[in-house]
Write a protein that binds this ligand. Structure first.
Ligand code: FAD
Length: 453
């Protein structure tokens, strides 16, 4: 029986689960190459999930075990699909290609002033504090008094919480040392979280909100009048237990009142952003209209605005893309071009279903994808026509691609541990891509082995 060779593009949760499930579920031999454009695996678990959520991040331990213990499973980091190697090339070198490359862009508000300096997508802020190599260390200077976060999802609360978190708490995370310093120098005293509708429709979870209440330096400010729900909110809350639990916690927060703490997070509901105002090209305020009464407007002074209204998929050359949803169109995870299935090409994760769900949601999503891949493999009558692993390596090496394999990633991890130890922290992320590549290359020259492990 010939071995089926599959390429998975993206090593975030959906790519990692796809690789794991392919090797677990296949009845015939299968080899999987997982590509990532970054030198590091795990996508948004490393660069999205908040640094003070170590339990969620610990999923990387079980992903790592899979990469280390599964014969025929390789990590090929620092390979940008669409730039270093084309989609058509991948299709010709593998029996199946699964796209699991996430949603790396963000939705805009499309209001005047969005281009002003200090108006950012929350994604940029998150990438910065997480030390994502695409985001410069100097991208944010936290020297204002009031920041606003537009949006009421979990990511919005992550950003708000990071802006008020005690520095000792941040030092217990793995964020780069210069980012801790930037937070330590922050002059922000207030974060205003803006929701278009009322609290009954807030999208963040009760658990995330409780975490905010536990930040000792910070008052949580909620106007009790906002908690008198209109009929639409009441109907929603009656029908949705999660919304009901959240509302109960909102009430407790409002009852706790203002304790005179040095920082505060204030919730402003029923407000639609209608523009940003600035001085000399830099943000100075956000213009808001009451959603329930658009003729009532106000300008709230602010020195930093983060819009948290959704991540968005990005088209890849040669792969069908639905601009409206920001996803790759598919039928049962098989990519379709119009009505026609593109043979051997599949999708999983955020690029398949949009930016929603928790890490575990991607397992179910990946299982659907793997089921389709394996059905097609079983139905195929001819034997594999894929290139060998060595041939793929040769192709990448002929292009001068500096592939970071699993051992290279382990070397980066070790360097992060050593950097942490040098400043009395458990681990400190490397931020600079060149430094990561230097660490991986130094390891390669030490062990002298080109394999991808
Ligand atoms: C700020 C934030 C906080 C979150 N917090 C939580 C939380 O606390 N708990 C929870 O359960 N979930 C959380 N999530 C959700 C969770 O992170 C996602 O469900 C999950 O990461 C989506 O997985 P994915 O594999 O589809 O995409 P990603 O995780 O984005 O992975 C995509 C991977 O593809 C790579 N890639 C992209 N383009 C290419 C290319 N052209 N070539 C090669 N590689 C490429 C990327 O580098 C990346 O590694 C959070 C999400 C965000 C944004």
């Amino acid at each position: 029986m010939s071995t089926t060779r599959v390429a998975v593009i993206g090593s975030g949760p959906s790519g990692a689960y796809t690789a794991q499930l392919l090797t677990e579920e296949s009845e015939s031999p299968v080899e999987v190459d997982v590509f990532d454009r970054l030198p590091t695996p795990f996508g948004l678990v490393r660069y999205g999930v908040a640094p003070d959520h170590p339990r969620v991040k610990s999923i990387t331990t079980s992903f790592a075990e899979v990469f280390e213990d599964t014969p025929g499973l390789r990590f090929l980091g620092n390979v940008h699909v669409g730039a270093d190697v084309s989609i058509d090339e991948l299709r010709s070198h593998y029996d199946a290609v699964v796209f699991a490359h996430g949603a790396p862009l963000d939705r805009r508000l499309d209001v005047p002033g969005e281009e002003l300096a200090r108006v950012h997508a929350v994604r940029e802020f998150v990438s910065w504090y997480q030390g994502h190599p695409d985001q410069s260390a100097e991208a944010f200077v936290l020297d204002g008094r009031r920041a606003v976060v537009v949006g009421v999802g979990n990511v919005a609360l992550d950003a708000a919480r990071m802006l008020v978190r005690e520095i000792d708490d941040l030092r217990r995370t793995d964020i780069p040392e210069h980012i801790v310093d930037a937070f330590a120098a922050s002059t922000f005293e207030e974060v205003v979280v803006i929701g278009r509708r009322g609290p009954g429709f807030a999208k963040f979870t009760n658990k995330e909100f409780i975490e905010l209440l536990e930040v000792e330096s910070t008052d949580i400010v909620i106007d009790p009048a906002d908690l008198e729900l209109d009929a639409a909110q009441q109907a929603h809350v009656d029908a949705d237990p999660a919304a009901r639990r959240l509302l109960t916690t909102f009430r407790k927060a409002a009852d706790r009142g203002i304790l005179g703490r040095p920082k505060s997070i204030r919730f402003l509901f029923d407000r639609t952003p209608i523009g940003f105002v600035g001085d000399d090209g830099t943000l100075s305020g956000i213009r808001l209209a009451k959603t329930s009464d658009p003729s009532t407007t106000e300008v709230l002074e602010t020195q930093l605005a983060l819009r948290s209204v959704g991540y968005l998929g990005k088209p890849l050359d040669g792969l069908p893309f639905d601009e409206r949803t920001g996803t790759v169109p598919h039928l049962d995870s098989r990519v379709v071009d119009g009505e026609v299935v593109v043979p051997g090409v599949y999708v999983a994760g955020w690029i398949k279903r949009g930016p929603n769900g928790v890490v575990g949601t991607n397992r179910k999503c990946a299982l659907e994808t793997v089921t389709s891949v394996l059905e097609d493999v079983a139905a195929r009558e001819h034997t594999s026509t894929a290139s060998t692993a060595a041939e793929v390596d040769e192709l990448l090496s002929s292009r001068g691609v500096d592939v970071v394999d699993w051992h290279g990633w382990r070397a980066i991890e070790e360097a992060e541990g050593a950097t942490g130890a040098s400043v009395g922290r458990e681990r400190v992320k490397l931020h600079d891509r060149d430094e990561m590549l230097r660490v991986a290359a130094a390891h390669r020259s030490l062990v002298g082995a080109p394999g991808h492990g």
